[in-house]
Design a protein around this ligand. Structure first.
Ligand SMILES: [Zn+2]
Length: 1096
């Protein structure tokens, strides 16, 4: 409960930046607070006497109550509680001391000359605007009693969820119509380019060529260098996937009876080569080519099987065979290999089109002109020059952008550049911001825009001479001329209404209905807030947060609190007319925490008492958000609402919902309605919130269906977060809830933000995925944006690209910092362009592809049957791989399954997406769980989707007890579990400790403090604190995993053969799932069949 102990304020962006004397550090760091003095809110037009007649809280008890008996608390059984948590892929980078080959921009060069005149930031202190008009007050007065109805709600428009633009609908269709067979054979690229590919970067050079990386050399016998799934000629495929009589629910590997002919989609399992020599060279980004020896056909047969591969002969009768799971591409091995080859030296961003290390690799980034992969990751770093090529390959061209990503302490936060009153320098035509790719000409008097080619004059104050290479001599002194990422101080032109913004405000809005009181939530929350308010986000060196706070409680009516510092006691004002929400007080509602501390503490002490005996079970929801938004509007500031809500809002009010959960809709054409909001009220409300810069974070504590799909609309469209604690009980869930709450309240947020992605001629951003709102086709509007939120952007060609000039992206985010400073954050990234498909396939990043494809599919379920969405994904994946097979792999039998090196995990990862709860739910997954996960995934970054779809499974007793590093993971399959061991499994949301039935008694004693396996309590969520090395190690590892994720992962202990094991097995994603999801082996065969069909 004591925040002081566990939650120190951590300025996540802060670190001194000595080498840029002329700049101040980004505001999350050393930005002097003097630019944002604590604002006095005195300009609020004084008290409104009429609204202060309510007696002090202690006197006034019991707000109006409907008197409904608390019978409705006879709740349906809780759904799976497995989704309370959400993981932030943490990108911690270990320091690296290795030297970097000199790059285009020597990073070690100090930014010597102090330029950029001392910042004279205009005071952001702004009075709170015009006083409420008399009309307003009158309306308020009227509203206190009763008042008119709200404007008619717009018609429900579930389909309109998302940007209401033609683009959105266009992109809502699934790209699966690649002109596949029409590809001219002659275009098959010279794959031998693999070695001399331009733009090969230093880290590539250091990467040892990996041989046969498909197969971890685990057990005796030579490992297969490659794999070929081949089919006996003439064998038919025809049956639809998913129902596979031969592969009933046993996990792989599956033993087939002698002579079994695979029917249906499967074909025989891919026979395995046993050739000992490498089938291909693994390049970092590359594929393999003829110059590198044999094709990576996973050619020769697994033991006892006939050789399919290039053999034309029909297969011999099949002896009993077993597909060796070790012989198919292993995520664990790929992750391990990348860590070994790329984790040891920094990733230097000076060279165009470099593929960064995997998100699972710890590496340091040196910004030398392109944005760090922590900010932007692309599906491919070499994009086709023409749209025909792109269509042929079907590889989505997308960037996953995390504009405010947190950096490890070793890396510099973006520098803040202040150009004074003239503001940042931009291209006159396309409005792109000055960046390292702009070309200065005519002795430095003009510059040519790298995005639109427009020639611009250099303003006199920005003029500088060029050196003999045409580069400005001050290039290294200016972040905007030498770095991939930096910030500009925005001028007043970039502010709403041409006024510098006020500091943002936080409003805590607490459900005090019967359920919230009964579970102890209200008491817990109020107690926590008393200390948590000391940890509101601050800018750099500020002594106290500039953020003001306000409080509202509600059930079917709203209670506002006056906590003005001059009051002896807080005052409550009740607004029962929820149809026409207004804020009954201005002065005293949003206050400085320190000034009003005594009154706030008194309020938080009283709230649980006031409502202790409530019988009110009904709640409203939309009016609560409306009230918070109106309060921010009245205060003329941006901000965030923290809503703590327990039930389906069935009270009579705008946004009233009905229980429309219907599991019978699953697998029907109407399943999509489960994901759509049931009313358009929330979308309209969200639009108003975005206009006000009002971000909504929602904490849900449901005992039954609450319609997450509808309730999460406003958080989703305002850049907020949703947390869900099903069947909340203080004793079981307080640790998780409080941990999430502390992080959520303390996290740095950019408010009232607009993001625009500009591109060089030839491609443009056409589609966007994430938690935001769009009112046109280009501007991503974010009422709030935190360091975890990610926007995925898809690009399409609108012209031919040029290999020489490549393609450029510039992401510009305009936002208000938590101290009220208006800023622009710029990220630039240059990509290569290719005329050979092999170059595309050599420079893809599968983790990013999966991030895009999952978001694409999860949006698709709003409009299409889930099966259609799944089929579309499968088709697209098959097209991607078939195009590679046809155009980039050397000639070989059509029976061979050949995967591009950097996409060899595409099938296994895609299968995980296909059988995820959103696309193929198990019986225990509730509608709310699916809606919850759907919206979580929408703003996940690449590391998060990676671990979410393919969980980490860590054996705990195999590695030496004294080892301090995380144990090496094993593949997520039941056959990797030893019943003599214990394992931790995590996916960013869930954390399981699985205990094998034969685990040593000493281990049981050391971890659980009981004598035997049978005495371990099933479903345990806390390990006893024991003073022995194993206990300390396991608890330490759990703490470490939790620290890596942005949400707290609750632990569940699962015993082998226990009933909870079903839940756990759902995360063993390489196995066939109970909901019908294919095993990895089966899916690979399925994919091979699809590819063969495309190639035939
Ligand atoms: Zn331009």
């Amino acid at each position: 409960m004591n925040v002081n102990q566990s939650a120190p304020p951590v300025p996540p962006f802060g670190q001194p930046q000595p080498i840029y004397p002329g700049y101040h550090q980004s505001g999350y760091g050393g930005q002097p607070s003097s630019t944002a003095p604590p604002t006095s809110y005195g300009a609020y037009n004084g008290p409104v006497p009429g609204f202060q007649q309510t007696p002090p809280l202690g006197v006034s008890r019991a707000p109006p109550s409907s008197g409904a008996p608390p019978a409705s608390t006879a709740q349906a059984p809780c759904g799976q509680a497995a989704y309370g948590q959400f993981g932030q892929g943490d990108i911690q980078n270990g320091p690296s001391s290795s030297t970097v080959p000199t790059q285009r921009l020597p990073g070690s060069q100090p930014f010597g000359s102090p330029l950029a005149p001392a910042v004279s930031q205009p005071a952001v202190l702004q009075p709170y605007g015009p006083p409420p008009t008399s009309a307003q007050v009158t309306a308020q007065l009227a509203g206190m009693q009763i008042s008119g109805a709200m404007a008619p709600a717009p018609p429900p428009s579930g389909l309109g969820y998302g940007p209401p633009t033609s683009l959105a609908s266009a992109s809502g269709s699934f790209p699966n119509s690649g002109p596949y067979g029409s590809y001219p054979q002659g275009q098959a690229p010279p794959v031998s380019q693999a070695q001399g590919h331009p733009g090969v970067h230093p880290s590539q050079r250091s990467a040892p060529p990996l041989a046969s990386s498909f197969i971890p050399p685990t057990s005796g016998g030579p490992r297969m260098p490659s794999m070929t799934g081949s089919l006996p000629p003439g064998q038919g495929f025809g049956a639809p996937p998913m129902s596979q009589p031969n592969h009933v629910s046993s996990p792989p590997p599956q033993a087939l009876p002698p002579g079994t002919q695979m029917t249906g989609p499967q074909g025989p399992p891919p026979p395995m080569h046993s050739l000992p020599q490498p089938g291909y060279q693994l390049q970092q980004n590359g594929s393999f080519g003829p110059g590198r020896g044999p094709q990576p056909n996973y050619g020769s047969p697994y033991p006892g099987a006939p050789t399919f591969g290039s053999q034309p002969a029909p297969p011999q009768p099949l002896p009993p065979k077993r597909l060796d799971p070790d012989a198919i591409p292993s995520p664990i091995q790929v992750i391990e290999d990348d860590r070994n080859t790329r984790g040891s030296e920094p990733f230097v961003t000076g060279v165009r089109g470099q593929v960064p290390p995997l998100v699972t690799t710890n590496f340091l980034v040196k910004d030398q002109g392109n944005a760090s992969p922590r900010y932007i990751r692309c599906t491919s770093y070499n994009i086709p020059c023409t749209s025909d090529m792109a269509k042929q390959a079907q590889v989505p061209l997308a960037a996953v952008i995390k504009p405010l990503a947190r950096l490890p302490p070793e890396e510099a936060s973006p520098y803040v550049v202040d150009h004074g009153e003239s503001g940042p320098l931009r291209c006159n035509r396309c409005k792109a911001y000055m960046c390292p790719f702009m070309q200065f000409i005519e002795g430095g008097r003009r510059f040519q825009c790298c995005f639109c080619s427009c020639i611009n004059d250099v303003p006199p104050q920005y003029f500088q001479h060029l050196d003999h290479t045409g580069r400005r001599v001050d290039a290294y002194d200016r972040p905007e001329l030498s770095l991939g990422s930096y910030e500009f101080l925005a001028t007043v032109d970039y502010c709403k209404n041409n006024k510098f913004p006020s500091p943002p405000a936080f409003i805590f809005m607490i459900d005090v209905s019967y359920n919230a009181i009964r579970t102890g939530l209200v008491r817990l929350l109020c107690e926590e807030l008393k200390s948590l308010l000391d940890y509101l986000p601050r800018e750099g060196g500020a002594e106290e947060s500039a953020i003001h706070v306000g409080f509202v409680t509600y059930n079917k009516v709203l209670h506002f609190y006056n906590v003005k510092s001059s009051l002896a006691q807080p005052q409550m004002m009740v607004v029962s007319d929820v149809a026409d929400m207004f804020v009954p007080l201005l002065d005293g509602f949003l206050v400085n925490v320190n000034e009003s501390r005594a009154v706030i503490t008194s309020l938080l002490d009283q709230i649980p008492e006031i409502f202790a005996d409530t019988r009110e079970t009904e709640t409203v929801f939309a009016p609560v958000i409306q009230a918070g938004m109106e309060a921010l509007k009245a205060a003329e500031c941006a901000g965030k609402l923290f809503l703590f809500h327990t039930s389906l809002p069935i009270a009579e009010a705008p946004g009233k919902l009905k229980n429309r959960d219907d599991r019978k809709l699953i697998n029907t054409d109407k399943e999509k309605t489960l994901f759509q909001p049931q009313t358009g009220v929330y979308q309209t409300l969200a639009k108003e919130c975005v206009a006000q810069g009002c971000c909504v974070d929602l904490f849900l504590f449901p005992n039954q269906y609450v319609d997450v799909a509808t309730l999460s609309v406003v958080p989703q469209l305002t850049g907020g977060s949703v947390y869900k604690y099903a069947c909340f009980q203080v004793e079981n869930d307080q640790e998780r809830f409080l941990s999430d709450l502390r992080r959520d309240v303390q996290k740095v947020v950019g408010f009232d933000a607009v993001m625009r992605v500009r591109t060089s001629t030839g491609i443009r951003a056409v589609d966007f995925f994430g938690a935001f709102y769009m009112s046109n086709t280009t501007d991503v509007e974010l009422a709030g944006l935190d360091a975890n939120k990610t926007v995925t952007v898809e690009f399409k060609h609108d012209d031919r690209l040029n290999e020489e000039s490549g393609a450029l992206l510039q992401c510009a985010l305009l936002y208000t910092s938590c101290a009220g400073q208006r800023r622009l954050r710029i990220h630039n990234l240059a990509l290569n362009c290719c005329t050979q498909l092999a170059d595309l396939y050599r420079n893809c990043e599968t983790d990013t592809l999966i991030n895009y494809m999952a978001k694409f599919a999860y949006r698709g379920v709003l409009n299409s049957p889930v099966k259609t969405v799944r089929d579309t994904l499968i088709t697209q994946c098959a097209q991607i791989l078939a195009c590679y097979r046809k155009n980039c792999a050397s000639p070989s039998s059509a029976g061979q399954l050949i995967l591009p090196e950097c996409m060899k995990l595409l099938p296994v990862y895609l299968n995980c997406v296909l059988k995820s709860d959103v696309l193929q739910p198990g019986a225990e997954v509730t509608t709310d769980d699916r809606a919850y996960v759907r919206q979580l995934v929408t703003s996940m970054d690449v590391a998060e989707t990676n671990v979410f779809f393919y969980p980490r499974l860590l054996p705990l007793t195999k590695s030496p007890i004294e080892s301090t590093t995380e144990p090496p993971a094993v593949r997520a399959s039941e056959e990797r579990l030893s019943n003599g061991d214990i394992y931790l499994l995590e996916n960013g949301l869930n954390l399981f400790l699985w205990v094998g039935a034969s685990v040593q008694q000493g281990v049981v004693q050391s971890l659980f403090n009981v004598a035997s396996f049978s005495q371990i309590a099933s479903g345990l969520s806390v390990l006893p604190v024991l003073d022995n090395p194993l206990s300390k190690k396991v608890r330490g590892l759990i703490d470490s995993l939790r620290a890596q994720r942005s949400r707290y992962m609750k632990l569940t202990v699962v015993k082998q053969e226990d009933k909870l094991e079903v839940l756990f097995k759902n995360f063993l994603v390489e196995d066939k799932s109970l909901s019908g999801g294919e095993s990895y082996v089966d899916f690979l065969c399925h994919m091979h069949k699809e590819i063969r069909q495309l190639l035939s």
